[in-house]
Ligand binder design. Structure first.
Ligand SMILES: [Zn+2]
Length: 263
């Protein structure tokens, strides 16, 4: 169910049923020479809408911008600062909570957003903790990692404008993918030069530069529409399963007995 199609009186009635509300998050940012700027929010939104259809969860309109400052030298990228993004998340969730919604699922297509989503969730629970709210923050690609690994090279070979994102765009919006530009690929983005995870530490060095990198991390040459359809289906299935469990209260950490809540 799409929130945008409800009237305010419908929304009021829906809130009484305590449904999961999915907020699609992503970015408008460079995705190499092959893919449009729209990828992260497009895919998060398509997955959210499909999950909403399968589970009865309400899906809000997507937030089209996220935290993309690392791609600031790539034209077309539009980024919130981290503080603006966090404020936007706070304000969206506060509005939903004021309307009576208690189960909010921030479903993300751009992983650098995630740590800010987590901080926003902490702040919201701090502010509205007496209202029995629960907030999930997740990047969709990590919610079905094992299943996706069986389909292709996604995680082994990079996660930005890569085989997985290119495949899903080939499946869902083939007219927007410029596979004929594969030969134009220059150096792939090497994340270790920008940010590294060593011995439990995060080492942040510098942002990638458009003069050096094409903006791709991974191998889009491996992409096919068939793989894209398979990724999409497995993600929708796994995230729908999680959404149903969230709806039933199975992820409520306060339920030490592990039994489903029945509100
Ligand atoms: Zn992306």
């Amino acid at each position: 169910m799409l929130l945008q199609n409800l009237t305010w009186t419908d929304a009021k009635e829906q809130a009484k049923k305590n449904p999961v509300v999915i907020v699609p998050l992503g970015a408008t940012e460079q995705h190499g020479p092959l893919l449009p700027l729209w990828v992260d929010i497009c895919l998060a939104n398509e997955i959210a809408v499909a999950v909403g259809e399968q589970t009865g969860a309400i899906v809000t309109p997507p937030l089209n911008f996220g935290y993309s400052e690392l791609w600031e030298t790539y034209p077309g990228t539009i980024s919130f600062s981290s503080s603006t993004f966090k404020s936007a998340l706070h304000d969206i969730c506060s509005s939903l909570i004021r309307a009576g919604f208690k189960k909010i699922f921030l479903l993300n297509g751009h992983n650098p957003n995630l740590i800010i989503m987590q901080t926003a969730a902490y702040d919201l629970v701090n502010e509205f903790g007496d209202q029995d709210i629960s907030i999930v923050a997740a990047t969709y690609i990590f919610m079905a990692k094992e299943e996706c690994d069986k389909i292709g090279e996604n995680f082994r070979d990079g996660t930005h404008a890569n085989e997985m994102e290119t495949s899903m765009m080939l499946a869902l919006h083939p007219d927007l993918v410029k596979m004929e530009r594969l030969s134009e690929q220059v150096e792939s983005y090497e994340p270790r030069r920008v940010i590294a995870f060593d011995q439990g530490a995060i080492i942040v060095n510098k942002w990638p530069e458009s003069k050096v990198y094409s903006g791709v991390y991974g191998n889009p040459a491996l992409a096919t529409a068939e793989k894209g359809q398979a990724y999409f289906e497995v993600l929708v299935e796994k995230i729908s399963q999680f959404t149903m469990e969230f709806q039933e209260g199975k992820h409520d950490p306060t339920l030490l007995s592990g039994k489903a809540k029945t509100n």
